[in-house]
Design a protein around this ligand. Structure first.
Ligand code: E4P
Length: 216
């Protein structure tokens, strides 16, 4: 499973990219708005840090506007993936951009029929929002499984990008369900490697080694 980080924070992106474990970045208008940097500059800076797909979302609500903004954003760097919302205009824009060989991430997906349409529109990624479904009492991860089944049935190339991830269990469940990508907020990414038993075990190893007088 590929790991993307779900943030527009340049310092976080730079820091986490040093792990060598980051395959791409997703941003959204809310994340970008919190950075106080002109949007195209922000996306350019992210592309300079991470060598992988970088999702940048349009803010137009009509297909023509989305296509225009999508083409502009795609011109920033070859790794930019255009994010469009799962509306009928978003699907039209997805189809048109995909016809132009521009990679599209269809976002705000909350049902398998929506995901089916995004695949038919030529989306490179579909982003089901697991956490927001859980918040409303649904089983967000079941959506990932349903989309996986539908895409497998018809051998769609669209990749499932599990989004709205809230905790490490979401990451595990997304991997078990076969999601192609999981986009993870920095805090949750750090929770993935952190374990108190690892820390306790390492402290004990270091203490024993120190007492022994051994060296490497
Ligand atoms: C996906 O690309 C979105 O940026 C993100 O996962 C939304 O997550 P949230 O529900 O935590 O805002």
């Amino acid at each position: 499973m590929q790991i993307f980080i779900d943030t527009a924070d340049i310092n976080e992106i730079r820091d986490l990219n040093e792990t060598g474990l980051i395959d791409g970045v997703t941003t959204n208008p809310s994340l970008a708005a919190s950075q106080g940097i002109q949007f195209t500059d922000l996306i350019r800076q992210i592309c300079d840090i991470v060598d992988g797909p970088i999702s940048a979302e349009v803010i137009a609500l009509d297909a023509a506007g989305m296509i225009e903004q999508g083409k502009k954003l795609a011109g920033i760097h070859e790794n930019v993936v255009i994010k469009v919302p799962l509306t009928v205009d978003g699907l039209k824009a997805c189809y048109a951009l995909a016809e132009d060989d521009i990679a599209v991430n269809v976002t705000l997906c909350f049902s398998a029929p929506q995901a089916l349409l995004a695949a038919k529109a030529g989306a490179r990624y579909i982003s089901p929002f697991v956490g927001r479904l859980d918040d409303q009492g649904w089983d967000g991860m079941q959506l990932i499984r349903d989309i996986q089944l539908v895409y497998d049935n018809y051998m769609f190339d669209t990749e499932i990008l599990a989004a709205s991830i809230r905790h490490p269990q979401h990451v595990l469940e997304a991997a078990k369900a076969g999601a192609d990508v999981c986009t993870i907020p920095p805090k949750v990414f750090r929770q993935l490697y952190k374990h108190n038993l690892t820390d306790i075990g390492l402290d004990a190893f270091m203490a024993d080694w120190k007492k022994s007088g051994l060296s490497i």
